[in-house]
Design a protein around this ligand. Structure first.
Ligand code: NAG
Ligand code: NAG
Ligand code: NAG
Ligand code: NAG
Ligand code: NAG
Ligand code: NAG
Ligand code: NAG
Length: 520
């Protein structure tokens, strides 16, 4: 039976030294975490149909032949968002493009402790997915940790509630109850479970993302009260985390930050051996049923700008070499979880990807001379507020709170200096790049307006997609935020969570033109 050894780490602004972290494996497994007998999984594909139901299966969704299926590489990051962590991601992704010429989007499972809110806004407006990782990074989280994080990300980073669709449990430590809490808060998916058996094994648990209409089929040996039909949550998605396997096969799994692990039972990190097994696992997926591969990162470990960082440049170069090699294969897309899920819900063959909306890059048309605090660095320069709390000072567009947000009080009242006006938080009917929190105005009044599609016709994966040599390009690189935003989707959650937090609504603030906006 596989034993969980989970040592996920938390990113701190003032963490002292990283040497002890490099040996730790974050979110590790040491062997199979499920078996067909333990899962007792039964699902009838004739009754469970897309887009709202999908059985756990190693075969591609929609009955597509693997030859018609793109190879998705999911890129995720966990914990606090700081300049250091975005630097770490940028050194891997900033200069890459997908086959349609769009910048890469990724999923950031954000914990708000130690997070610099402005950078969350910028990262989201640039087109990345912001997801939930609890407020203070706790395993088996209570509702206040999960929902409080939504509220804080909405109020202080201006992320629409409807845009926060995914959750990952800190330490990958979840329970049956976690899934029910997520469903209650209208999350679309969880991504905390492990795929622990290689795709080449007939009993592989490398399932394509599936819904919980018939319960979970992963982690059945390691987590109590799941599997055999539990938890049954129709329409709620699980996106498994797919392990890499070294030469020891199923006894040598590597899940999160594989570049920090020693390979093949060795005691020291050997980048050559890591690169070998990462390529081998990719090839097994690519030549088989094309189940996604995932790079699940704690970016602080590979940040060179973090004070006192001892991140290894050789390690970072190895990851870039892997990504360069991956991008030389045909039909490979590096994506966020929400992009992957959009395709799984509506799986079109490779030949139709040109018109597939979720893979496009749409830029909000906001003139760079307009001064609004909207998550676009050129527009918001000079308008950010600095909130000086002792543990973690942060910046925001939306007004400093009187105290740090916490699970018991995720939306403290705003500090308003004498003679100043309160900032107005993002309303449910405006999209982040168009919202002016100072004037309380929405620059865009319809969902059809003001975005330009920058995608190109799909070409062969080029050779010029590398993240560059970090040692040369990195030191002078500011937090680079590439611009590939998408229109907000206003409908899904807005009303519900407002209900959840109704006790926290502070009142209606009248804006200049008599417009009433919730100061949430
Ligand atoms: C926080 O964000 C501000 C504004 O973007 C930036 O100037 C500062 O460097 C950031 N600090 C960290 C540690 O992220
Ligand atoms: C999971 O979280 C619970 C509650 O915080 C804790 O008691 C338990 O030890 C954790 N389990 C693991 C495997 O980390
Ligand atoms: C799973 O959790 C839900 C909600 O907390 C509870 O009602 C249900 O009984 C649990 N199921 C099992 C098998 O423990
Ligand atoms: C590192 O791994 C490679 C490939 O497995 C191997 O050839 C090499 O000997 C290893 N280096 C060390 C120092 O163990
Ligand atoms: C958005 O909602 C506010 C408050 O409900 C309303 O006053 C405003 O007209 C709405 N704006 C748009 C663009 O629909
Ligand atoms: C790669 O792209 C850069 C920037 O567009 C360009 O300067 C360079 O010549 C290109 N290199 C190759 C090998 O195409
Ligand atoms: C979840 O969605 C349902 C149906 O749209 C809605 O009635 C409910 O209020 C929502 N709950 C939350 C917490 O968003």
């Amino acid at each position: 039976m596989g034993v969980f050894a989970l040592f996920a780490t938390f990113s701190f602004l003032l963490f002292v030294g990283l040497s002890d972290l490099v040996v730790a494996q974050d979110g590790g497994i040491s062997g199979p975490t499920t078996s067909p007998a333990a899962s007792g999984y039964q699902c009838d594909p004739n009754r469970c149909k897309l887009p709202s139901c999908n059985c756990a299966s190693a075969s591609p969704p929609g009955g597509l032949d693997p030859s018609e299926v793109p190879q998705f590489v999911v890129f995720t990051a966990d914990d606090a968002i700081q300049s250091y962590t975005l630097d770490a991601i940028n050194q891997l992704l900033a200069q890459r493009m997908n086959p349609n010429g769009c910048p890469i989007k990724m999923t950031y499972f954000t914990s708000i402790s130690y997070t610099n809110y402005t950078l969350v806004t910028d990262w989201y407006v640039a087109g990345n997915e912001i997801a939930d990782h609890t407020m203070t990074h706790v395993g088996s989280p209570p509702a206040s940790e999960i929902d409080g994080n939504l509220i804080a990300l909405n109020t202080l980073a201006g992320i629409p509630l409807s845009a926060i669709k995914g959750f990952r449990a800190p330490y990958l430590n979840y329970t049956n109850a976690t899934f029910h809490l997520l469903a209650d808060a209208n999350f679309t998916y969880d991504s905390s479970v492990t795929s622990s058996i290689p795709v080449t094994d007939p009993d592989t648990d490398a399932y394509w993302p599936y819904t919980l209409d018939y319960g979970l089929a992963n982690d059945c040996l390691t987590t109590p009260n799941i599997c055999k039909g539990q938890p049954q949550i129709p329409g709620f998605w699980e996106i498994p985390m797919y392990a890499f396997f070294d030469d020891l096969g199923e006894d040598g799994p590597h899940l999160m930050d594989p570049w920090l692990d020693a390979a093949d039972g060795d005691s020291t990190v050997n980048n050559t051996a890591t690169l070998d097994y990462m390529k081998n696992t990719f090839t097994a997926h690519y030549n088989g049923n094309k189940q996604p591969i995932g790079l699940y990162t704690h970016p602080i470990h590979i940040s060179l700008t973090y004070p006192g960082s001892d991140a290894s440049t050789a390690n970072i170069n190895m990851i870039n070499e892997f990504l360069d090699w991956v991008q030389e294969q045909r039909d490979v897309w590096i994506v966020s979880n929400e992009q992957l899920l959009a395709w799984v819900q509506n799986p079109v063959p490779i030949s139709q990807l040109d018109s597939f909306d979720a893979l496009k890059c749409k830029t909000p048309d906001v003139d760079s001379s307009v001064q609004i605090c909207n998550g676009i660095p050129a527009n918001e320069a000079g308008l950010l507020q600095e909130c000086s709390f002792p543990d973690y000072p942060f910046f925001t567009c939306y007004g400093c709170p009187q105290s740090e947000p916490s699970p018991s009080n995720p939306n403290p009242p705003q500090q308003v200096a004498t003679g100043q006006q309160a900032r107005l938080r993002l309303p449910a009917n405006c999209s982040t790049p168009f919202w002016d929190p100072i004037a309380g105005e929405c620059l865009c009044t319809s969902t059809a307006c003001q975005y330009t599609d920058q995608s190109l016709p799909i070409g062969p994966n080029g050779a010029n997609l590398t993240g560059g040599n970090p040692s040369e390009t990195y030191q002078s690189m500011p937090t680079l935020v590439l611009f590939n935003g998408v229109p907000g989707d206003f409908a899904v959650r807005a009303s519900g969570i407002s209900g959840l937090v109704s006790t926290l609504i502070l009142g209606i603030v009248g804006a200049a033109a008599g417009r009433a906006v919730l100061n949430l």
